[in-house]
Design a binder for this molecule. Sequence first.
Ligand code: 5GP
Length: 137
Amino acid sequence: MSTIFDKILGGEIPCHKVYEDDHVFAFLDIGPLSTGHTLVIPKERKAKLHELSDDASAAIGRVLPRLARAVMKVSGCEDYNILQNNGARAHQAVFHVHFHIIPKPNEASGLGIRWPAGSLDGTAGAALAQSLRDALA
Ligand code: 5GP
């Protein structure tokens, strides 16, 4: 499925480009939560993170900290969030993998987070971790 980010990658609609290499493109978010809010996307067209190829994943991993350093330097913000939403229930609006770099200058701007923490039962935790190890094998 084509998304607005394909149009940005293809130059059909404009953006404020921040970075580009063979696999990765970064540009300013059109609806920033704070000054410097930047989106980092793979050129590979995949909706969710787990669908990305190893090459595209590695390419993003290589440049994300560098891009975060640039955002920190220019925004003057030491604190920031990296946000990566997968699926509509998880607040994804554009179905092309993207990482948000969002400076957090103060309580009022940047990303607000609701964090309804539960508690991890020891027995259930051991079983769950085993299931995850099995899934990775
Ligand atoms: P999501 O909720 O999918 O994680 O975030 C999608 C982000 O894409 C939003 O923060 C939104 O402001 C941004 N966005 C949507 N359309 C455009 C666009 O046409 N240009 C730019 N630069 N950002 C966009």
